[in-house]
Design a protein around this ligand. Structure first.
Ligand code: C2E
Ligand code: MG
Ligand code: MG
Length: 663
């Protein structure tokens, strides 16, 4: 959730940046287009104005030129007496009239009208002068030329022409001034546009920079989340693989070994179940902290998942050095750990493997450290184990055995042997315990103590256990039906089966299918299974009991259960472990233990079965101690069904009618 909260503002920021850049591009484009348009327009205006200005100047020049030409023609005509100047006069006059017309179109000025008006009068006089010259009346022509009327009009016309030219020049200058101001405005507008564009892009650059910083922080955060464990803050599996690869590279360069230390917390599931996940989490945090304190700066401590931690230690000269680290880690758990007002006493098991001696890939190294860890646990926990060949062979054998177990299931290599359980006081057979046997085609008989833990680990025990339960129940019903025996059938239930979700419907189904009477079936669960199962163990026992069958605690005395537990467990029988029977009646401690178990059980209305009775002396002691039932080689070894039937026949002959059902 928290991670999502990081990501949402990031996405929002990203879209904000996108929007800003898009807007900036749009505004810049508009401004640039406006600038181009403005410049283009100014260019057009400039072209027009310059053309207009040039035209005005041309007009002004033309007026002056033609007036001068006309005046010149008159003067030449008068001085030379040549009438042909009249032609050039008329030509210039025509041109002047054209120019005046053009000027009128451009300027629409009163002066043009006035000049045109005056021109009429002047032309009239001047044509007269030419006519006089043509008719050789030079004197008259000259007098007309010198007349006041003509000179005045001429002067006036000259002045008007000057005014017009001045007006044309002014107009041309005005146009240039207007053009200049237009150019100035355009320049200012362009400058403003450039400033705005630069400002916008500076702003955008700032936003993008800020976003980039934010994004790099964000990606750092993502990297952290991807490589670090959210609960403990130490590295996670991803970091583990990265660092391991780096450590391998360094080792290849400097020739020094890399150690992989693997560990987990003993009974972590119980702590979680009994004290709550909060306490469990705090314990993990505490362990992570302690591990980091214990390790060197250069070591990498990671949580691989659940309660599993790993340490990558580099620069290892001698494997022995790692023993120091192993001991330091064990010492973290030497004393109870204070977690949220709880004093938690737990432990750890540690497995170590080395690169490059034990493995040259990460997966291989992890697998081997895991094998060493498994071996440490098998050796009684709270120790560390270095990986070695023997461990590998054991692991390989284990894998082979799991393959063989599947074959055994498929090919029906399992059988069940039945061991009698006797009522000690009355010396009658009250039941049998079903004990699985495996006749391996090559290895021969393999003890259940050897293969059951392996089948538990691979969960094959669920399938095996189902087969045992069905076969044993079927056998009980067969004996009952054939009137061979009406005795209780005890079946062992492994921890994995007991904790399996589908157990109850499975047992119920088998009971129904085989038709066994509920009270003729006993389920044996070891004390350690009950202790290792989480908080709902009592509910689970009640659920099983509700099927009508009997419950027995197996191997009692080895699983450290408390009396308080015993009181709450809804059980019928308690089986004293062979360990406490073995040295009876000599060993005083065993005497005390056996007596107190029997006494305590009786007070809780629980009947006691003594396991492993091998001698008359043991039996006598247990009989005196009021132990209800006994089981052991003294009465009979576990036997195949047919052999048991034979054995029972003999037994019954000796003790007529001493077979009855368990109560
Ligand atoms: P357990 O349930 O405590 O069974 C009693 C074990 O003690 C049996 O060993 C039995 O042969 C042995 N035993 C009985 N009387 C004597 C005696 O007087 N002296 C000696 N030395 N041993 C005696 P077994 O058959 O080897 O089974 C070992 C354990 O394997 C069983 O202990 C039980 O925990 C487990 N096991 C056997 N069959 C099954 C099964 O079908 N399912 C499960 N889950 N576990 C089974
Ligand atoms: Mg048993
Ligand atoms: Mg036992």
């Amino acid at each position: 959730m928290e991670e999502l909260q990081h990501i949402i503002p990031h996405a929002q920021n990203k879209s904000k940046v996108h929007l800003s850049v898009t807007l900036a591009v749009a505004v810049s484009l508009v401004l640039i287009m406006a600038g181009i348009w403005n410049a283009y327009k100014t260019g057009l205006i400039a072209e027009e104005n310059i053309k207009a200005s040039l035209q005005l100047q041309r007009l002004s020049d033309s007026i002056r030129f033609h007036q001068e030409s006309m005046t010149g023609a008159i003067e030449f005509a008068l001085t030379t007496g040549e009438a042909h100047w009249h032609t050039s006069y008329e030509t210039s006059l025509l041109n002047l009239q054209d120019v005046m017309h053009a000027t009128d179109m451009t300027l629409a000025n009163n002066i043009v009208k006035k000049i045109q008006l005056e021109q009429g009068k002047v032309i009239e006089i001047e044509r007269k002068i030419f006519s006089l010259v043509t008719n050789k009346h030079q004197d008259k022509a000259f007098s007309l030329f010198a007349s006041d009327q003509y000179q005045e009009i001429k002067i006036e016309q000259e002045q008007d022409a000057l005014t017009l030219r001045a007006s044309l020049d002014r107009k041309a200058k005005d146009i240039i001034v207007t053009l200049k101001s237009r150019l100035d405005r355009t320049t200012i507008a362009l400058a403003i546009q450039i400033v705005i564009i630069v400002a916008i892009w500076l702003y955008i650059i700032t936003i993008v920079r800020r976003w980039q910083i934010h994004q790099s922080k964000h990606s750092e955060e993502l990297t952290r989340l991807a490589h670090y464990d959210a609960l403990t803050g130490i590295g996670n599996r991803a970091l583990f693989h990265l660092r391991l690869e780096t450590a391998f590279q360094q080792s290849r360069r400097d020739g020094k070994a890399v150690a992989l230390v693997l560990l987990d917390i003993d009974h972590f599931k119980d702590i979680n179940d009994n004290l709550g996940h909060d306490v469990g989490d705090s314990l993990l945090i505490k362990v992570a902290e302690e591990l980091q304190k214990t390790c060197r700066e250069s070591d990498t401590v990671v949580r691989l998942g659940g309660d599993e931690f790993a340490i990558i230690a580099t620069n290892i000269d001698k494997k022995r050095d790692c023993a120091i680290l192993g001991n330091k880690i064990l010492s973290i758990f030497e004393h109870p750990l204070s977690i949220q007002k709880h004093e938690i006493k737990t432990g750890t098991s540690i497995g170590l493997a080395f690169f490059p001696d034990d493995a040259d890939t990460a997966d291989e190294l992890l697998r081997k450290a895991d094998m060493a860890l498994y071996e440490a646990k098998r050796n009684g926990r709270a120790i560390f184990k270095f990986f070695d060949k023997a461990i590998e062979i054991a692991a390989r054998n284990k894998a082979q055995m799991q393959t063989d177990l599947q074959i055994a299931l498929d090919k029906g290599q399992f059988t069940i042997h039945y061991q009698p359980i006797v009522d000690i006081a009355e010396n009658i057979i009250i039941g049998v315990e079903s004990l699985i046997r495996w006749e391996h085609p090559e290895k021969g008989n393999i003890s259940p103590d050897e293969f059951i833990p392996i089948a538990e680990e691979s969960r094959q025990i669920v399938q095996i256990g189902e087969w045992v339960l069905r076969t044993a129940c079927q056998q009980q019903v067969d004996w009952e039906r054939k009137n061979i025996a009406s005795i209780n059938m005890a079946v062992n239930l492994s921890a994995v089966q007991f904790n399996q979700r589908g157990l109850l419907p499975q047992v119920e189904k088998i009971m129904q299918e085989t038709g066994i009477r509920e009270d003729q079936l006993t389920v044996e669960i070891t004390e350690s299974t009950l202790m290792e199962t989480g908080g709902d163990v009592i509910a689970k026992l009640h659920a099983l009991k509700s099927l009508g069958l009997k419950l027995a605690i197996d191997d009692f005395g080895t699983g450290y259960s408390s009396l308080a537990y015993l009181k709450r467990f809804p059980i019928h029988h308690l089986k004293i472990d062979r360990e406490f029977v073995k040295d009876l009646p000599e060993n005083t401690q065993d005497i005390a233990i056996a007596r107190s178990i029997i006494k305590m059980a009786h007070e809780l209305q629980i009947k006691v079965v003594a396991e492993g009775i091998e001698s008359q002396a043991q039996l006598r002691f247990l009989k005196d101690a009021s132990c209800n039932f006994g089981q052991g080689f003294h009465f009979g070894k576990p036997m195949p069904a047919a052999q048991f039937e034979e054995w029972l026949g003999h037994y019954n002959q000796q003790n007529i009618s001493n077979v009855r059902s368990i109560r």
